[in-house]
Structure formats: structure tokens, C-alpha cells
Design a protein around this ligand. Structure first.
Ligand SMILES: [Zn+2]
Length: 152
């Protein structure tokens, strides 16, 4: 098993509910979502910080995040708004040392639920995260909106 969980997901050594994949990028459901439909987009090549990516990788990461966000808007989750967020370094709350773009659905008036997502994360981690079946269903819906049916 690779020491980096996101590299492990990219090489299929670790399980994830995959949303999208191409030569450079991978997108999957966050196991500990701040809100339902929380997707992470990562470059396949390991790098901890944004500045360590090539210009092409940086551009592709955001372009992919944008496509995922537009697909999310078409799902039954119907977010009112989205976060596109990168925590670049430990002091900025980067919890996995592999660059990842959060694409996070938000809703009018969901601040309390959003805060609950932040403060409830340790509890979620103790419980092992969101059920795989729930994440797989969300991933499938986003994939369909993207126009991809299956991933191998
Ligand atoms: Zn990695």
C-alpha cells in the first residue's frame, strides 16, 4: 500500500467512489464529506503543494473541478452554490499531503449544517466515514451528468 492515500486511490490500491478519471486527474467522493456531494479532484502525480505542479497540471486540475461542479449542479443534490477550495499546507488545514481541490455543494441558509460538517469530522472519522453505497450512488449520478457511465 502506498503511503499517500490519494496515490493509493489513483493506483486502485485504496477504495474510493470514483467520479472521473483521465491521464492527469482523478475525482472521487470525499469519504468524510462536509456536505453531501463533496468531491475531491487530485492530480495523479504526487505533489504536496500547488507550486509543485506543472502549469499544465494546475490548469487541468481546475478545469476538471469546473466540469465536476457543473455536473454536480445537474444532479438531484441541486446545489445553490459551490466551493472550489484548495488548502495548500498544514497551517491552511491541508490534511492529506497531496494537492486536492475540494468541490463542495452549498445551499442558501446551510451555514449550521456546514459548520456541523467541519466540527463533526472527527466523529465521522471514528465512524469510518459515509457509507460506500451512499457515496457510490452520488458518484454515479455525477458521472452520468458528466456523460461517463463507468470507470475502470
Ligand atoms: Zn500522493
Amino acid at each position: 500500500m502506498k503511503s499517500c492515500i490519494f496515490c493509493g486511490i489513483a493506483s486502485r490500491e485504496a477504495q474510493a467512489s470514483l467520479v472521473y478519471e483521465d491521464a492527469l486527474c482523478l475525482a472521487f467522493m470525499d469519504l468524510f464529506p462536509m456536505r453531501p456531494g463533496h468531491v475531491l479532484v487530485v492530480n495523479k502525480r504526487h505533489a504536496q503543494f500547488v507550486h509543485q505542479l506543472t502549469p499544465e497540471e494546475r490548469a487541468h486540475l481546475f478545469e476538471t473541478g469546473n466540469r465536476i461542479g457543473q455536473a454536480l449542479r445537474q444532479t438531484s443534490l441541486k446545489p445553490d452554490a459551490l466551493h472550489f477550495n484548495i488548502n495548500d499546507g498544514k497551517a491552511a488545514h491541508q490534511t492529506v499531503p497531496h494537492v486536492h481541490l475540494h468541490v463542495l455543494p452549498r445551499y442558501e441558509g446551510d451555514l449550521l449544517a456546514f459548520a456541523g460538517g467541519i466540527f463533526g469530522k472527527p466523529l465521522q472519522m471514528l465512524r469510518g466515514g459515509t457509507k460506500r453505497t451512499v457515496l457510490d450512488r452520488q458518484a454515479e449520478e455525477i458521472r452520468l451528468a458528466l456523460g461517463f457511465r463507468s470507470l475502470h
